[in-house]
Design a protein around this ligand. Sequence first.
Ligand code: NAP
Length: 450
Amino acid sequence: MIHSTNPYTGEKIYSFQPLTAEEVSEKIAHSNEVFKDWKQTTFQERAKLMMNAADVLEKRKKEYGKVISEEMGKPIGQSISEIEKCAWVCKFYAKNAANFLASEEIKTDAEESFVSYEPLGVLLAVMPWNFPFWQVFRFAAPGLMAGNAAVLKHASSVMQSANNIQKVFEEAGFPKGLFQNLVIGSDKVEAIIENEIIKAVTLTGSEPAGSSVAGLAAKKIKKAVLELGGNNAFIVLDDADLEKAVEVGVNARYQNTGQSCIAAKRLLLQEGIAEEYLEKYIDKVKQLKSGDPLVSDTYIGVLASEKLAKDLEKQVNESVKMGAKILVGGKRDKAYFEPTVITNISEEMPVFKEETFGPVIAVQTFKDLDEAIEISNNSKFGLGVSLFTEDIEMAKKVAPRFNEGAVFVNEMVKSDPRLPFGGVKSSGFGRELSSFGIKEFTNIKTVYIK
Ligand code: NAP
């Protein structure tokens, strides 16, 4: 059986009978049948349904938000905001897909030559629990608008949310079978990738899962997009607006109780402001309200499971043994981990070189920008970096020196339907969102007429 356990109460709240291999194959075959008609629909027809999906999300955000909070411990206000963001991405692609995927004429020696964007077929999405709705919608909204069908293998811990996502598409009026949640464990993923109907796979999750899934896809010559971990630096220069940098910096690390791939996991402070900044930062961290995820003013909930909290505790304890110093927090109680600030960091420590998936930040100081860039780039990950400075011209000039998928100046790294999202190095490959994301799962076809 697959279970959802409320990490705040420890109660088992939902149980699911996993599908058999035959049932999975039948569902995939059904998606393929539906795809044959769906790919013939116009963008206007698809857009109408995608706008309906946005309405359903708005209508049911409290109901489905509560399930998110219960299944993975996210504070309810943040769960509801997550669903609102999903409505945004649905509307965004409903409005823009036709334009993004319009045929493009290219002048050559032909009488006419152009590129057209065609759907691939049935896609497999393997998704994580940390933003149970958002991770799925940022793939599904462009994927379906491009004319594809999709099957979802969601994280085992959030299967009720996964079922609710399927319900959103059904209630919006999409053909039954176009988007299907598969209630399965990760042991079934290999056979799905091997199924000839599946044309491509996208995975958001950890490095080992990404490496395994992309490896299987490569064996079958199928495209993969990987959105993996991150270890973003949040850099504050001496000339930065400190109040703003503190406010954004705390949010960048602690929202979603620190369980975000793009969270600011390493705080890099220039020597001139380090002391003052840290004092203000710690003040704010101490004010963050921990508590029951279902209470509306809770900001820090629990981690998605006690095991995850124990993993984090181990990273912190090992770092402390190596000389790190806890300035605030550091303690665990079941799945709860206190908002934590750690200093005295060296490069060998887990809190520096590994991704910490919870409310813990590692603080370092630096002399000049060259040193900050060096520390920031000293990571196997490359998802994004935040740079706080009043010198915008200088920021633009140094942006290419960061080995990252995104550089945000005077803002936290965030995903936005209008901008491409993705990483380099061990953070993965391919892009989601914007015009880039919708083209990932299309056949970019050349047509040449003479
Ligand atoms: P995870 O353990 O890799 O799980 C992600 C998904 O992959 C789940 O559906 C999981 O299923 C499945 N899975 C795990 N191992 C697999 C395997 N060997 N073969 C096929 N499927 C497999 O990751 P997580 O712990 O849920 O999520 C946290 C990680 O995701 C962090 O590293 C975080 O940075 C990353 N993340 C990245 C982004 C991004 O956009 N770059 C966004 C969010 C999170 P089961 O649940 O059944 O194991």
